[in-house]
Design a protein around this ligand. Structure first.
Ligand code: 2AM
Length: 473
């Protein structure tokens, strides 16, 4: 019997994905450049389902039923191209290559176009949830042709996480759409994590709570509208005591955040698309700042306010509101980027469906995501999530607390780029007039860049160096 699906690249993600397919009753062909990994998989987990191990690329391809569904799980970049080049010549028109790695969507677009010429469907697929997700049910974001999803989709939906019985997998859109959405998902994840970190920092330094007390605050928050995987694990991390020193774990870890690059891609892409994602960008920058040990050491002696924790425990309620409001902004920015990418590349992405498939399996899984799905269901043409009725009401109710929290942070010298940036974005969008008018005046003054008027149509320039009359150009 032939295999319904094949997985090549059997490091932990590929291995767990293969096991997940097998556990769902699918016959899975497995292959790895180094055969030892293939053998080990079958030896260790062979009783979980039906695996067809293959030593050679030819044997692997021959083991698959047609149209072939071949999943590659190798390191993004040159390895992906090498593996595609190894397998593509062995495939026939109508077969599918699924790239489940963390590829940049531009690479996925390039590969999809090249393979389409050869009659092969290339399905760049975002897979979120890490090793555990791959095994027990990830959130799956496949791009590629709608035709490929007809035969591939049911398998992906089988192994995906389920929330209320609904699989966290759907066809995102053509070519690079899946990897694009996965990228923005990660950018939102960065922002969500940064906002939580700022909330912790404020509770610690403005309200003077201990990590154990803050863990309790997060546990309480996790029973309300902030309920999410990230809030839940935050409480776990804060409650953890370092077994070596007996001190709070969070106090012994080096305060230098690392990154693998998808957050940076989200911001780079947003800059190219002209989408203001300052909340996400602040999160990426915050990690970057944390890593500049030399500059931080040099700057440590710079003056700041006396950091006297002068807020009571009731400050936590204000921080909860600031966190919720800032989180709405981060998601609004991420969804703006998804819609801008969708328009730029003609993907026709359904934003509400993206929120739906993020409800389970992935790192940003949260109760909150139902609200986003509801928002786009109520108004598919929604310009920004901020003005959805639920979110607008929440922002309106939170804004006093949000300002109070940011003001407190500024007064005490606790850095809150995420909260403050999100608030600035909120105030920018709702402003009647922005100082962009002055910017335009300056640009016209020094570079004759021209401007438009609010009171009549046309393009104008003022003769700044002369008698300052206005000319229409
Ligand atoms: P390996 O076990 O033979 O190293 C993660 O690195 C996974 O991608 C591993 O399964 C690894 O195979 C595979 N991989 C990395 N580079 C590869 C390449 N150029 N060709 C094939 N497989 C590769």
């Amino acid at each position: 019997d032939k295999a319904q699906i094949g997985v090549t690249g059997l490091a932990v993600m590929g291995r767990n994905l293969a096991r997940n397919f097998a556990r769902h009753g699918h016959t899975v062909a497995v292959h790895n450049r180094t055969t030892a990994k293939t053998t080990a998989l079958v030896e260790e987990f062979g009783d979980e389902g039906t695996f067809v191990p293959a030593e050679t690329a030819e044997g692997f391809v021959a083991a698959l039923e047609r149209p072939r569904r071949l999943v590659i799980m190798v390191k993004a970049g040159a390895a992906t191209d090498a593996v595609i080049e190894e397998f593509a010549p062995l495939l026939e028109p109508g077969d599918m290559i699924v790239d489940g790695g963390n590829a940049h969507f531009a690479d996925t677009r390039r590969r999809e176009a090249a393979l389409r010429e050869r009659g092969i469907h290339f399905v760049g697929t975002g897979i979120s949830g890490g090793e555990e997700g791959a095994l027990h049910g990830p959130s799956i974001m496949p791009g590629g042709s709608a035709e490929s999803y007809e035969t591939l989709g049911p398998l992906l939906e089988d192994i995906a996480a389920k929330v209320d019985g609904v699989p966290c997998a759907t066809h995102v859109g053509p070519d690079g759409a899946g990897h694009f959405v996965k990228m923005v998902h990660n950018g939102i994840e960065y922002a969500d994590m940064q906002l939580i970190a700022e909330a912790y920092d404020l509770l610690r330094h403005a309200a003077g709570l201990t990590p154990a007390e803050i863990a309790e605050v997060f546990r309480t928050w996790n029973t309300g509208r902030l309920e999410s995987y990230l809030i839940e694990i935050t409480a776990e991390v804060l409650a953890h005591t370092d077994p070596v020193t007996g001190r709070p774990f969070v106090d012994v870890v080096l305060d230098r955040a690392e990154q693998k690059g998808t957050g940076r891609w989200t911001v780079q892409t947003a800059l190219d698309l002209g989408v203001p994602v300052n909340g996400i960008a602040e999160a990426v920058f915050a990690r970057s700042v944390s890593g500049h040990a030399d500059q931080r050491a040099a700057a440590r002696a710079l003056p700041g306010p006396a950091r006297r924790a002068d807020r009571g425990a009731d400050f936590a309620d204000l921080v909860e509101q600031a966190l919720y409001a800032s989180k709405i902004v981060a998601y609004a920015q991420g969804f703006h980027e998804i819609q801008a990418g969708s328009a730029e590349y003609g993907w026709d992405i359904d934003p509400g469906a993206m929120a739906r498939i993020w409800r389970g399996g992935c790192i940003i899984r949260a109760r909150f995501l139902d609200r986003i799905t509801d928002a786009y269901r109520a108004d598919p043409g929604l310009a920004t999530l901020l003005t959805d009725e639920h979110f607008a009401t929440a922002l309106g109710a939170a804004q006093d607390a949000w300002r109070e929290v940011v003001a407190t942070a500024v007064r005490l010298g606790v850095p809150t780029p995420g909260f403050a940036g999100a608030l600035a974005y909120y105030d920018s969008l709702r402003a009647e007039r922005l100082p962009a008018a002055l910017t335009q005046g300056q640009r016209d003054f020094f570079g004759a860049h021209t401007y438009h008027r609010a009171d009549r149509a046309g393009t104008f320039h003022t003769l700044w160096g002369g008698d300052r009359t206005e000319v229409e150009v």
